[in-house]
Design a protein around this ligand. Sequence first.
Ligand code: ADP
Ligand code: MG
Length: 140
Amino acid sequence: MIARVVETASEAETLDLARAVAARLAPGAVVLLRGDLGAGKTAFVRGLADGLGVPDDQVSSPTFTLVQVYQGRLPLLHADLYRITTAEVEDLGLDEAGEAGVLAIEWAEKLARPIPGAWAILLEDLGDDRRRITIDTPPA
Ligand code: ADP
Ligand code: MG
């Protein structure tokens, strides 16, 4: 895996970074997002959505629906595992869900098993609006 570490100084910069990642995503790509509450996981997914051509304002934290689907250049599935148990995660069948599109998973820490070939994004709050974002790119 190739790790890239970027510091952003605003939500806008995080969105730009996520758009750049979106440009590199192919059907079946999985993006695992880790980081504390407020770190910017949902913001990052908004940037992915924008980069994939999803119309504005569709993206929120899918806290109650568990998985939301947005239509862009590729379908984007957005899951948030914050409120569910590890056992329930198994039932979602996320591994198979994203084959035609892109699957983005917030709170990927809760996955019982790793998803091979996934992108791994770690967001850390450095204070104020600064975030350290570590991007592990899957092997080509
Ligand atoms: P999470 O999904 O990780 O809980 P959100 O994306 O919902 O976090 O919230 C991140 C919050 O932090 C938003 O209010 C956003 O405006 C703010 N923020 C401030 N600076 C940044 C940054 N550099 N990158 C991303 N979000 C930022
Ligand atoms: Mg969120």
